[in-house]
Structure formats: C-alpha cells, structure tokens
Write a protein that binds this ligand. Structure first.
Ligand code: SF4
Length: 274
C-alpha cells in the first residue's frame, strides 16, 4: 500500500519522446542542423529495439519518429511497425517532408497504418509544395492529424497563403515558426531563469543514443546523458540546473524564473483524491 508521503509526489510523465532514426535526408535545407543529406547515418534496427526497451522504462505520451527524413531509412516500415506494436496506446507522430510519402505507396501505407499524426515542414527550403498538396488529402481522409509547419524566413507570402488555404480545405493545421535553433542575427536572450520547457516536455534521442531534454538543443556538448546510462529513467526526470548552448539564441525560450527547474510540485490534496 502506498504511503501518504508517496502520494504527495507528482506522477511524472514526459510529453514527448523523439527518436531520430536517421541523419540522412533527401533535402538540403540551409537552416537545418539535424541532417547530413545522403551522407547521414541510419540507426541500426537492433539499436532501435534497445531504445524502445529503454523508453519502456518511463511514462510518456507521444512517440515521435524523426530524422533527418525518417522515411529514407531503409527499415522505416519495419521500425514503424515495431514502435506501434510496443506502444499501442501512445500517440505515434511522424515528422517528415512528405516527399517520399507522395512518391512511394509502400511508405505512405506504412504511415497510414502506424501513425496518428504527421508533422510536415513545408516552405521554399523544403521545396515540397507539390508533394504536400498530394499527401495532405490522403492523410486527412484516413483521419490523421496533419500539421504543416513553415519557417517564416523561408517562405513567400503567396506560398504561405496557398498552404493556409490547403489546410483550411482539408482540416489540417498550419503553423509558422522562426528558425529557432541557430543564430540568424536575432538578439541574445536574457536568460533570467531556466526555460520552463525543461520540465517534463521533450526527450530527444539521437542515432547514437545521446539524449537532450529539448527538441531545439542539439550540440554534442548539450547532450546530458545517453539512453544506455544506468539510471536513464531517473535522469529523464532529474531537475535541470543549466541552460543549453542553444538557449541564448532560441526563439522558444520561456523563462521559468527559476535557477533550478525541479520536479513540478503537486499539492497533496490533488494526489490524495486520486
Ligand atoms: S530556450 Fe530553447 S533550447 Fe533552451 S531549453 Fe528552452 S526551448 Fe530548449
């Protein structure tokens, strides 16, 4: 039986776990620091299974499969099936530029079978307007949530309007963003406290198992631990005490006002009634 002190600690659940299954990509977007074109590396299937084993140790809600461009991984179909099989009740999210989905029926079928949501980057850099136009109606007809994300520094106003109209027509969601993970001359953030996104938000796992508790942080020196570490599950939920290198120039910095971001405290009366 749980003690009363145990009841006062918050149940910790990570919002999103993201596995970058490849650093290969079929595009070469100028602003992208996550991919290396055709020169990239695929996560071996055995490693992917081990990563799923590790994720099985922590509570989380959504599993994102990303890259690079994840659909160019030669085992994309199998990996997607394995993840869905392991986490049947989690929301499965694919991050893609949709280019291969529009051209390869097998990959599109696997996406329809295994994923709940598809997030598609679309702008001049991705150069994928035709493919997005082809794929969005199919995904929406199958009931998938579709989010189109355009980088404002890389899209002309008429293209932006066309995408908004497409999303409107098919019930997809259109969001815009700034290039947030690199220095594009924006003013430096005044880092008064640690970013509140540090708490129970995102865990990004790289091809080699390096972990970052933020989707935007991705310099090797920002890696905090690896999926292979003993105590991996505890490290995911440990308090954060330092900024990442990327925080200084990140458009998404949200000041928590705290120098150490701890586990969120939950009042005893909330847990006691559960
Ligand atoms: S400021 Fe940006 S890079 Fe730093 S933790 Fe927040 S979202 Fe991540």
């Amino acid at each position: 039986m749980a003690s009363s002190s145990a009841l006062t600690s918050a149940p910790r659940t990570l919002k999103t776990a993201k596995i970058k299954i490849t650093t290969k990509c079929n595009r070469h977007c100028d602003f992208c620091i996550f991919a290396e074109g055709g020169q990239g590396e695929n996560m071996p299937i055995d490693t992917f299974i081990q990563v799923l084993d590790r994720l099985d140790q922590i509570p989380f809600r959504q599993l994102h499969i990303n890259g690079g461009e994840p659909t160019v991984h030669r085992d994309f179909v199998r990996l997607s099936g394995l993840a869905r099989e392991r986490f049947p009740d989690h929301v499965m999210v694919l991050g893609s530029n949709a280019i291969t989905l529009a051209r390869n029926e097998r990959l599109l079928e696997a996406t329809l079978t295994h994923y709940d949501q598809v997030l598609i980057g679309c702008d001049e850099e991705h150069e994928n307007y035709d493919e997005v136009r082809a794929v969005v109606p199919v995904l929406r007809k199958a009931g998938k949530t579709v989010v189109i994300n355009s980088v404002l520094e890389a899209i002309a106003p008429d293209r932006l309007a066309q995408l908004a109209a497409l999303c409107d027509e098919y019930g997809a969601i259109h969001v815009t963003n700034h290039v947030h993970h690199i220095d594009v001359g924006q003013p430096t953030n005044d880092l008064g406290g640690l970013c509140d996104r540090n708490v129970d938000q995102h865990l990004m796992i790289e091809v080699d198992g390096d972990c970052y508790r933020c989707f935007n942080a991705m310099a090797k020196n920002d890696s905090e631990f690896t999926v292979w570490d003993a105590g991996f599950a505890a490290k995911v939920f440990a308090p954060r005490r330092e900024h990442y290198d990327f925080c200084l120039k990140c458009h998404e910095y949200k000041d928590s006002g705290l120098q150490v971001v701890p586990a969120p405290a939950v009042p005893a009366h909330r847990t006691a009634s559960v």
